[in-house]
Design a protein around this ligand. Structure first.
Ligand SMILES: Nc1ncnc2c1ncn2[C@@H]1O[C@H](COP(=O)(O)OP(=O)(O)OP(=O)(O)O)[C@@H](O)[C@H]1O
Length: 417
């Protein structure tokens, strides 16, 4: 069976060419390649000699659902093209006024998709399990069921996703990346797409005398958006546990009891969205135990998102080092081996593998300490700022990464003591 390869093509905003024309252009260009690596992208640097591509295309990314890293042979692939432009306007904050206190609350952020700010986010997230692919497939299946009018009384699905796990493991980023990916993949059905991020923590971190009304107003606005059946709407509720926290505080008499009503209103309103086949609810939580059982039950897919394993940590640090070499921060540009190549050589020590093996040591130590993806991505910055000479080569930089990691672990230890 042929491998399905999705080729995502970002068309330049100023290009007026038709999608069909861009598709032919890219297809002809790809005939120059024998194999491609899923997750890889081609930009100006890779096709600057092709005038037509330069004029119309900003970036070409390859993704296949089965395989996230090893190369695929083009003649064995069925290629699906997705041609789109990126929205550059950024997010718009939807504010609401609590008329009793006069305080203004940022209730939601709305942004048109696919957005420039989320470009490449999907590819930058590294997980060992098939978390990204599974989540994407789940949502695609939910939309297929809706398309085929599968009776939801017989097979129930709500188009609600819950990602939970420790802070900094990429839950919010994954939700945003998923929304962007779906906006691209489902554009034949939904030519327009929006991401609405509800600030649950902001709405409930403090009691506003009119929380109930604010929730109602917020969902009036969301309903207005989802009424457009040709628009795909992703509603992201970060830190959903803050709803449960408010409920508990109200029951304990620490908050006015009508705050329970406001929280219940959010849950009911989220529930109602399931009647809109163009709406998807994405939620995240740092603490699974504290989430409302009523809510957990509604989510079709609940996935634990943990800190990167040593393999994922290596991939993340590998990507960081390559970026710094590409930008001339670490010079000269040298080859860092991928994990596949290291494994194939059984981690044999040689001139060409030394830097990679040292980087792997750092990755293994970071993973053993359960370092979050967020902390890991910050490590190269700390290494350059505090532990590297002004002119730094790759081996020196990996030494600096090691020192930065040691410092991080000792700072964490001090905090825990
Ligand atoms: N597995 C990962 N692969 C690559 N990058 C990661 C990974 N996990 C986290 N990051 C990076 O860490 C940063 C923080 O991620 P994000 O805010 O999405 O995490 P979170 O789990 O939602 O955190 P919180 O619960 O504290 O809000 C992002 O820049 C993201 O790119």
């Amino acid at each position: 069976m042929a491998i399905l390869l999705h080729v995502e093509v970002v068309q330049r905003r100023q290009s007026r060419a038709s999608k069909e024309y861009i598709k032919d252009l890219v297809h002809t260009f790809l005939a120059n390649f024998v194999s491609l690596t899923p997750g890889a992208s081609l930009t100006d640097d890779d096709f600057y000699e092709n005038q037509e591509l330069m004029e119309h295309v900003q970036c070409i990314t390859f993704c296949d659902v089965e395989n996230d890293s090893s190369a695929v042979v083009l003649t064995e692939c069925e290629i699906k093209y997705h041609i789109y432009t990126l929205d550059t306007f950024g997010a718009e904050t939807d504010t609401m006024m609590d008329s009793a206190s006069g305080e203004e609350i940022a209730a939601a952020e709305v942004c048109a998709l696919p957005a420039e700010q989320f470009h490449g986010l999907w590819e930058s997230l590294v997980y060992d399990s098939k978390l990204k692919e599974d989540t994407l497939r789940f949502v695609e299946t939910a939309f297929e069921f809706s398309d085929r009018n599968v009776d939801s009384n017989i097979i129930s699905w709500n188009r609600v996703v819950l990602l939970h796990g420790p802070p900094g493991t990429g839950k919010t980023s994954l939700c945003r990346a998923l929304a962007q990916k779906l906006a691209i993949r489902l554009s034949h059905k939904f030519p327009r797409a929006r991401l609405l991020e509800i600030n649950a923590h902001g709405l409930f971190s403090k009691w506003f005398s009119e929380s109930g009304k604010l929730v109602a107003k917020l969902f009036d606005r969301i309903r207005e958006i989802v009424e457009d059946k040709r628009l795909f709407a992703c509603i992201l509720v970060d830190e959903i546990e803050s709803l449960a926290h408010t409920r508990r505080a109200a029951i304990a008499g620490l908050e006015p009891s009508d705050s329970i009503r406001a929280v219940n209103a959010i849950l009911t309103q989220l529930d109602r969205l399931k009647h809109h086949p163009n709406a998807l609810v994405l939620t995240t939580s740092n603490v699974t135990g504290a989430i409302d059982v009523a809510f957990v039950d509604r989510a079709d897919i609940k996935r634990l998102v943990g800190p990167p394993s040593d393999r994922a940590a290596y991939k993340i640090l590998h990507g960081c080092c390559c970026e710094l070499m590409n930008r001339g921060v670490v010079v000269p540009k040298e080859t860092l081996l991928t994990l596949h190549v290291l494994e194939a050589s059984r981690f044999a020590d040689s001139e060409g593998s030394r830097a990679s093996l040292q980087l792997r040591e750092v990755a293994m130590e970071a993973a053993a300490a359960n370092m979050s993806g967020r902390a890991l991505r910050r490590l190269p910055f700390l290494a350059k700022a505090l532990h590297a000479p002004a002119q730094v080569n790759l081996i020196q930089f990996i030494d600096a990464l090691n020192l930065a990691l040691k410092q991080y672990l000792s700072d964490i230890q001090d905090l825990n003591d």
